[in-house]
Design a protein around this ligand. Structure first.
Ligand SMILES: C[S@@+](CC[C@H](N)C(=O)[O-])C[C@H]1O[C@@H](n2cnc3c(N)ncnc32)[C@H](O)[C@@H]1O
Length: 330
């Protein structure tokens, strides 16, 4: 038990090492080999403290050290450096932003009241909103890639991506299926970021954006072959989530498919570990949000008029996927 607790208590330290290195742009610097002194001089850091950080990064096996020279291995460039094809930079930055929130966990447990609204991170400050949306993209890439390949979409031609953020899911799905056209529905400022991603994927002809508020606006009636809600329901309590599921199913053509992707705990809510921790995380950032258990989501779907419900987990973050078909196909 002592060992287990000791290991758990150390958990935030490696995270802080990676977050500090990311914030200081050390990984960009270490694309080329450099000593601690050279790195510190270039980035205007304290040489001795820099050496400690570089040694810790080496023991975490993120960089290498040879003859007092440190380097980020080539295979890590795409994940950790600016402009990398699978960049995790904004995601790491988001973890840094959430770190002070986790420091107030006991306050949340006492009061049950959120610590900081997640929509604040999107609303007022355009820079933060862009960073958050970029982080969603970085984070979504692996899950998107896996889900798009796991779910056969047949000859589906139209897709609605509700709360699609940067549009990662629509873009990866359209990249895979040349017959598919997608609409990314989100609030207007987030869609400005999505437009950049759509251009960078060169998919302007098949991926469009639709600004709106999914609580207030109509999302269509029997209009789409495929409707996706990725990482949306965890922001809301059960009543609001159920209403959103009803709206999403209504937008699907009879015989078409709905996909719900996101954090969801198993029935007794004690696992998977990422999902139970996320439930605390989102509790501190929303009013009533949680990683709703799989069965609860399935019940909402059944109530909304679907059949052929499948639940599976992918090896990504988050893991949960539920797919179903809208009843009523002729
Ligand atoms: C956690 S992000 C998920 C983004 C994307 N689906 C993904 O998984 O990468 C939630 C998204 O919902 C959007 N959103 C939140 N409230 C909304 C509302 N009332 N109407 C439209 N979009 C909303 C946010 O702007 C954000 O892009």
């Amino acid at each position: 038990m002592e060992k287990v607790i000791g290991k758990i208590l150390q958990g935030y330290q490696p995270a802080c090492v990676v977050m500090a290195a990311n914030e200081l742009k050390l990984f960009d610097q270490l694309k080329q080999p450099a000593t601690a002194k050279q790195t510190a001089d270039t980035l205007n850091l304290d040489p001795e403290a820099t050496e400690r950080l570089l040694n810790a990064l080496t023991s975490l096996e993120i960089i290498t050290k040879e003859n007092q020279t440190y380097q980020l291995p080539k295979e890590a460039h795409e994940f950790l450096t600016t402009g990398g094809s699978h960049s995790l930079q904004q995601w790491i930055q988001l973890s840094s932003d959430l770190y002070p929130v986790w420091g107030q966990l006991s306050s949340f447990i006492k009061s049950g009241i959120l610590i900081k609204s997640i929509m604040e991170m999107l609303g007022g400050d355009p820079h933060k909103m862009r960073a958050f949306t970029d982080a969603m993209h970085d984070k979504a890439l692996k899950a998107t890639w896996m889900i798009a390949r796991e779910i056969p979409i047949g000859d589906a031609k139209t897709m609605l991506d509700i709360g699609g953020g940067p549009g990662t899911y629509s873009l990866e799905w359209c990249k895979l299926h040349s017959h598919l056209k997608a609409t990314v529905f989100d609030i207007a400022p987030v869609l400005e970021v999505a437009k950049n991603y759509i251009e960078s994927y060169k998919l302007q002809d098949r991926v469009s954006t639709q600004p709106g508020d999914f609580h207030k606006d109509d999302l269509g009636d029997s209009q789409y072959d495929l409707v996706l809600m990725a990482n949306i329901l965890h922001m809301y309590d059960a009543d609001i989530s159920k209403a959103l599921v009803n709206k999403a199913v209504k937008a699907v053509k009879p015989g078409g498919r709905i996909v719900i992707h996101g954090f969801c705990t198993d029935e007794d809510q004690t696992g998977p570990i990422d999902d139970t921790l996320f439930s605390l995380n989102i509790g501190m950032l929303t009013e009533g949000g949680r990683a709703h258990p799989v069965q609860e989501k399935i019940d909402w779907l059944k109530g909304a008029g679907v059949s052929d419900i499948h639940h599976f987990r992918v090896d990504a973050i988050p893991t949960g996927v539920i797919t179903a078909t809208r009843r009523g196909a002729s």
